[in-house]
Design a protein around this ligand. Structure first.
Ligand SMILES: [Zn+2]
Length: 545
């Protein structure tokens, strides 16, 4: 039993905004009070107490990030290292930290739950193995679905009910938590070297299936299956000049359904071409503010080295052509694909400067912190361990303006960031880094400090240098255990996985089995991840609504 005393508590989910209040912990959970001689105390007087951070969109495990790690040995050579010690195992940080280092680095900045945002069903087994090697943090993952050939064929034939069963079967086969759509139709078209840029245009090889159909049907299926997290959507035309119109159309298609818009920064551009790229964050934020069915994560970029990895194969081919950097391309049979290109964002580059501004503009122009969350689409926009730099930019308008004024003049003309005075409060930071993403993920024991919550607690020194404060928490507790002190890993605990078991008609297996015989390189029975592999997983059974 443990009591944290004297800290200023920020627990937005329970309406607590900086009150001095004790937090009591017993058996790994927050409780109303603890009594007796066995109670240990952490004196947090003068400190700030947050619920542990929750990352709604990151890439930390599976085939794509592993490929990215292999493609950047030069980065690993210079990266911060974890050495083998009685507490930690060896690992490298940098743009694509290795599994153990990923757990240490997340916990080291106060994050205790992460959602791996893109898992092809076929490589789900690999993903879970890596998640298991990612210590301390709890985990969930979203399964890639919007370019699955079986599913698109069913939508073409109008067999919506069977499509729903296939989605449910795939989520359970992958031991996933949510459904991810990446460039709906575009990755399927990429198999023929094409893309899907117009929402109303049939996807290559189909007559009726358009990106809009895929988006609307998947959002409806996810709602119908009662998945705790809505459709997690990477829109068409990621990264392309003028793509804000596609994003606005996509949000219109989603009316009447819940949806999470991933890395919105990459989808809020105006202009005709790279030479005229501009910010349309204001228009995106205006629509978004008026539509409470939507949540989003920022996908902000920071200047420096990154590695871009995405299932959006056609975009990655274009990025390779634009940069001449290394390019990796994977096809995952019938299901999805993946492209990898190392990338360096430069402050003096007008396009990169506009991108940098757009991420911050969205965070500042979207009014409700419960609907926009802090991410960099790790490792795409920047490494997750750089989040404290963004917190600093959000909390201090003078510091931000200083940085904005260093951007190229052309970038200043095409952005509105210089005019924005908003400063985030600590309560708002707690919302965009923890309470909001936990609610959007549908994790009732995460993102708050009320009785019944998991005892994931981060305690910071109240340092006016907000970057330093959020980079190095005084204490981090995971499930009631002190895992980090003064930024150092003190104890390593195992995180658990959250998975869902949606309902489906078992006869869908009779439908799928012959398709596997004909088209897949793995047999049907070898395809699903065995539940035994996910020891200690939190399994939520769902009924159809
Ligand atoms: Zn992503």
């Amino acid at each position: 039993m443990l009591r944290i005393t004297g800290g200023r508590v920020y627990d937005p989910a329970n309406g607590i905004h900086g009150e001095v209040k004790d937090i009591s912990i017993s058996g790994g959970s927050i409780v109303a009070a603890v009594e007796g001689p066995g109670v240990r105390t952490i004196d947090a007087t003068g400190m700030v107490v947050f619920p542990g951070g929750v990352d709604v969109h990151t890439h930390v495990a599976g085939a794509a990030i592993n490929f990215a790690r292999a493609m950047t040995p030069e980065d690993h050579r210079t990266a911060a290292k974890f050495i083998h010690s009685p507490v930690t195992r060896a690992g490298a940080g940098g743009a694509t930290p290795t599994t153990f280092a990923t757990g240490y680095l997340y916990a080291g900045m106060g994050y205790t739950t992460v959602n791996e945002a893109a898992v092809p069903v076929l490589s789900a087994r690999h993903t879970h193995e890596e998640l298991r090697d990612t210590p301390i943090v709890d985990k969930s993952c979203c399964v890639l679905m919007a370019n699955n050939e079986i599913l698109l064929d069913l939508l073409e034939q109008g067999e919506v009910e069977r499509a729903r069963d296939v989605v449910a079967w795939l989520v359970w086969a992958a031991k996933g938590y949510g459904v991810k759509a990446v460039n709906p139709g575009g990755v399927a078209a990429w198999k023929w070297g094409k893309d899907a840029k117009i929402l109303s245009q049939p996807v290559e090889g189909y007559q009726k299936v358009t990106p809009a159909v895929i988006i609307a049907q998947l959002a409806a299926i996810v709602d119908g299956l009662n998945l705790p997290h809505p459709l997690h959507l990477h829109c068409n035309n990621l990264g392309a000049p003028g793509n804000f119109t596609t994003t606005l159309e996509t949000m219109k298609v989603l009316e009447g359904h819940r949806a999470h818009m991933a890395h919105l920064q990459f989808h809020a551009y105006g202009g005709e071409d790279w030479g005229s790229l501009s910010s349309e964050a204001s228009k995106i934020a205006e629509y978004f503010n008026a539509h409470p069915n939507l949540t989003a994560d920022a996908g902000a970029i920071l200047f420096g080295n990154s590695v871009t990895i995405t299932a959006d194969g056609p975009w990655q081919h274009l990025l390779y052509q634009l940069t001449g950097r290394k390019w990796g391309n994977l096809d995952v049979e019938n299901e999805t694909g993946c492209g990898i290109v190392p990338y360096t964002y430069k402050g003096g580059n007008v396009v990169n400067a506009v991108q940098w501004a757009v991420g911050l503009e969205l965070l500042l122009l979207i009014q409700d912190p419960w609907r926009i969350f802090l991410t960099t689409d790790h490792p795409n926009g920047a490494c997750f361990w750089r989040y404290p730099e963004i917190v600093h930019l959000l909390m201090n308008a003078d510091f931000r303006r200083e940085r904005v004024m260093k951007l190229p003049a052309k970038a200043l003309q095409r952005t509105v960031l210089a005019d924005l005075d908003r400063e985030y409060s600590l309560a708002e930071i707690a919302t965009i880094t923890s309470a909001g993403p936990a609610r959007a993920l549908g994790l009732p024991r995460k993102g708050h400090l009320g009785p019944g919550a998991d005892a994931d607690v981060t305690i910071y020194n109240d340092d006016p240098d907000r970057e330093a404060m959020f980079r190095s928490p005084r204490y981090v507790l995971k499930g009631g255990e002190v895992v980090v002190e003064e930024g150092d890993i003190k104890k390593v605990v195992e995180g658990r996985e959250f998975i869902v078991q949606p309902s489906f008609d078992k006869s869908v297996e009779d439908y799928l089995r012959p398709l596997f015989e004909d088209y897949y390189t793995v047999t049907f029975d070898n395809y699903p991840v065995e539940v035994e592999r996910l020891e200690g997983a939190d399994i939520r059974k769902l009924d159809i609504s």
